[in-house]
Design a protein around this ligand. Structure first.
Ligand code: AMP
Length: 117
């Protein structure tokens, strides 16, 4: 069972912010911004490439609710999903990184990075 399925099943602890029948939002263990929340479906979907449009529709609404709950809906945020090997996905359970709480730099993906790829 993957690590995020264990969080869904309460087999390992997480710092949960919001939960409904389909999704959970919890704080990332190693935050990369003042606010760094992960949003996952409870059902195991490996990555964005595998997700059905119907689930994404519901997940969009849930992510918007999380952003409002933590007060970054107006100030802004970055929403990221890493997909597969080249995308740098480490945990093979679909998740969106919701990052905010400060003006975020583009540390990794700059024009310079692009030229060097
Ligand atoms: P990714 O590289 O897109 O697969 O991101 C995986 C994220 O999961 C990383 O930001 C990790 O810090 C985070 N992470 C891994 N294990 C846990 C955990 N048990 N609780 C919260 N966040 C976790």
């Amino acid at each position: 069972m993957c690590i995020f399925c264990k969080i869904v099943n309460n087999e390992i602890p997480s710092n949960k912010l919001l939960e409904n029948d389909d999704f959970i939002a919890f704080h990332d263990l190693y935050p990369k911004a003042p606010v760094h929340v992960l949003v996952i479906p409870k059902v195991h979907v490996e990555c964005f490439q595998d997700v059905q449009a119907e689930m994404m529709g519901k997940m969009t609404t849930f992510i918007q609710e999380v952003a409002t709950l933590i007060g970054i809906d107006k100030s802004g945020y970055r929403l990221i999903t890493n997909n597969g090997e080249d995308g740098g996905q480490e945990v093979k359970h679909l998740h969106f990184h919701l990052l905010g709480g400060a003006k975020l730099p583009f540390e990794h993906l700059t024009d310079e990075t692009h030229k060097n790829l």
